[in-house]
Design a protein around this ligand. Structure first.
Ligand SMILES: Nc1ncnc2c1ncn2[C@@H]1O[C@H](COP(=O)(O)OP(=O)(O)OP(=O)(O)O)[C@@H](O)[C@H]1O
Ligand SMILES: [Mg+2]
Length: 230
C-alpha cells in the first residue's frame, strides 16, 4: 500500500475514535474520543476491565467492525471510510492476528495452517512452505510441523497461530489475549517467543492481556477505561 509518513512519526495514530452498540432502546458507548498512538516496532500492552472495549478496539483497527467517528491513521493513511475491498487489502498486506482461541483449522497440519493465509497472496508454494517452516522453527515448533491441531498442546497451538499471523510479513500484529486459554507457565513461554520475534522482525504490536505480569514485559501499557451506558 502507498503511505505518507505521519506528521507525528507514529506508525498507528488513533484520534477521537467512537464506537457505540445498540443496547435495547439505548446505545452502549464503548469507546468515546479514544486516542492512542503506536510507534514503529513498539510492543504495546492493552489492558482494561472485561467489557471495557479491548476487542472492540482491535476489531475497529482491523476493519472487522465500523467506527461511529474518529480517525485511524496507519502510517498517515486514513483507514476510516475505506470500502470493504480496501479493508481486505490492508488486512491482508499489513496486519496479522492472534486470538485467544487460536482458530487453527483441524483438518490441516501445523505447517499447512501457517501457510494458508500466505496462499491467498503467493503462488510460489515452495517459498511459502520454506517460510512457514522457518516461522515454526522460530516459534520452537519445527518438530511439530506435521501434527494436526488436536495433536498439539494449547501452547503449541498458540505458537502455531503466531507463526500463521506472521506469514504475510505484517507490519502490525494484533493479539487479543493470545495466552488467555493457557496456564501461566506456557503462556509466558509463548509470549517470550512472540516478543523475541516481534523485536527481531521489528513489527509493531498491540497485545491485549489481563495478566499484569505479561503487560509489564511490554514496552508500554495503555489502560482502556470502562464507560457507562448513555
Ligand atoms: N456486537 C455487539 N453488539 C452489542 N454490544 C457489543 C457487541 N460487541 C461488544 N459489545 C459490548 O461492548 C462492550 C465491549 O466489548 P469488548 O468485547 O470489546 O470488551 P473486552 O474489553 O474485549 O472484554 P473482555 O476482556 O471480556 O474480552 C461490552 O459491554 C460488550 O457487551
Ligand atoms: Mg475481549
Amino acid at each position: 500500500m502507498t503511505t505518507e509518513p505521519s506528521s507525528s512519526g507514529a506508525f498507528l495514530e488513533i484520534r477521537n475514535l467512537c464506537k457505540r452498540f445498540p443496547s435495547g432502546q439505548q446505545k452502549l458507548t464503548v469507546l468515546e474520543d479514544f486516542d492512542l498512538t503506536l510507534k514503529h516496532a513498539e510492543l504495546l500492552a492493552i489492558v482494561g476491565r472485561s467489557g471495557s472495549g479491548k476487542t472492540t478496539l482491535l476489531n475497529l483497527i482491523a476493519g472487522l467492525d465500523r467506527a461511529d467517528g474518529g480517525s485511524i491513521l496507519l502510517e498517515g493513511r486514513e483507514l476510516i471510510g475505506l470500502d470493504d475491498e480496501d479493508w481486505v487489502e490492508v488486512r491482508q498486506s499489513d496486519m496479522g492476528f492472534v486470538f485467544q482461541f487460536n482458530q487453527l483449522l483441524p483438518e490441516f497440519t501445523a505447517l499447512e495452517n501457517v501457510m494458508l493465509p500466505g496462499m491467498l497472496r503467493s503462488r510460489d508454494k515452495q517459498a511459502l512452505e520454506s517460510k512457514a517452516h522457518d516461522l515454526l522453527a522460530r516459534m520452537g515448533m519445527e518438530h511439530r510441523a506435521s501434527h494436526r491441531p488436536t495433536q498439539l498442546s494449547g501452547g503449541e497451538r498458540q505458537r502455531t497461530a503466531i507463526a500463521r499471523a506472521l506469514i504475510n510479513d505484517p507490519r502490525l500484529l494484533l493479539a487479543d489475549e493470545p495466552t488467555g486459554s493457557l496456564d501461566l507457565e506456557s503462556g509466558q513461554r509463548v509470549l517470550e517467543l512472540l516478543f523475541r520475534l516481534q523485536k527481531e522482525l521489528k513489527i509493531s504490536c498491540m497485545l491485549v492481556t489481563h495478566n499484569p505480569a505479561l503487560a509489564n514485559l511490554c514496552d508500554r501499557i495503555h489502560q482502556i477505561e470502562s464507560r457507562s451506558e448513555s
